[in-house]
Unconditional design. Structure first.
Length: 178
């Protein structure tokens, strides 16, 4: 471990200061928008426990997905020795699948309700990420990496249903919200 330098200490202090500034800005944003005549999102919507729950679920699911994808890219670079560009491009198929199927899954959720897709989607993603543990150095891309990429992509089925649930269960304060 290298010794700490004065530059490291300044960088740490800057990080803390910027984090505090970000929290203050967030609080100010909510306070200002809470008093606005036409806020971007009426804070009264969060009085609905189902709307709040759906949004907290969305936050948790997408935070988990973002963290998992970050770790997948690191795994590809450090274990399989992909370049940064190759590791990033390996996510392209998943992006295209999400683009192609998200509206269809949203329509399905409107027809059958959001509960099944919201339950099945994260389970499929978890299974896909567990299966990603099969990837070892020297694993062929087409039979391991590409195949694994399709599984987390199916997890995206949770996205639209969560939004649908939040909109449907929210008080009808404004129609054009979502």
């Amino acid at each position: 471990m290298r010794p700490t330098t004065a530059g490291d200490a300044r960088a740490g202090a800057l990080t803390v200061a910027l984090g505090i500034l970000g929290v203050i800005a967030l609080i100010a944003f909510v306070a200002i928008k809470g008093r606005a005549r036409q806020p971007m999102l009426p804070l009264a919507l969060f009085g609905s426990t189902q709307f709040t729950g759906a949004n907290l679920t969305t936050l948790a699911v997408y935070a988990g997905l973002g963290g998992a994808l970050f770790l997948v890219v690191l795994q590809l670079q450090l274990t399989l020795h992909y370049s940064a560009t190759q590791a990033g491009l390996s996510l392209l198929l998943m992006t295209l699948l999400m683009f192609a199927f998200s509206s269809r899954v949203g329509a399905l959720a409107q027809r059958i309700g959001p509960r099944v897709p919201m339950t099945a989607g994260p389970i499929v993603a978890a299974v896909g990420l567990v299966l990603f543990g099969r990837v070892q150095p020297g694993s062929p891309y087409l039979t391991t990496v590409l195949w694994m990429k399709r599984r987390p992509a199916l997890r995206r089925s949770g996205g639209h249903p969560i939004s649908f649930l939040g909109r449907e269960r929210a008080p009808k304060l404004r129609e054009p919200l979502a």
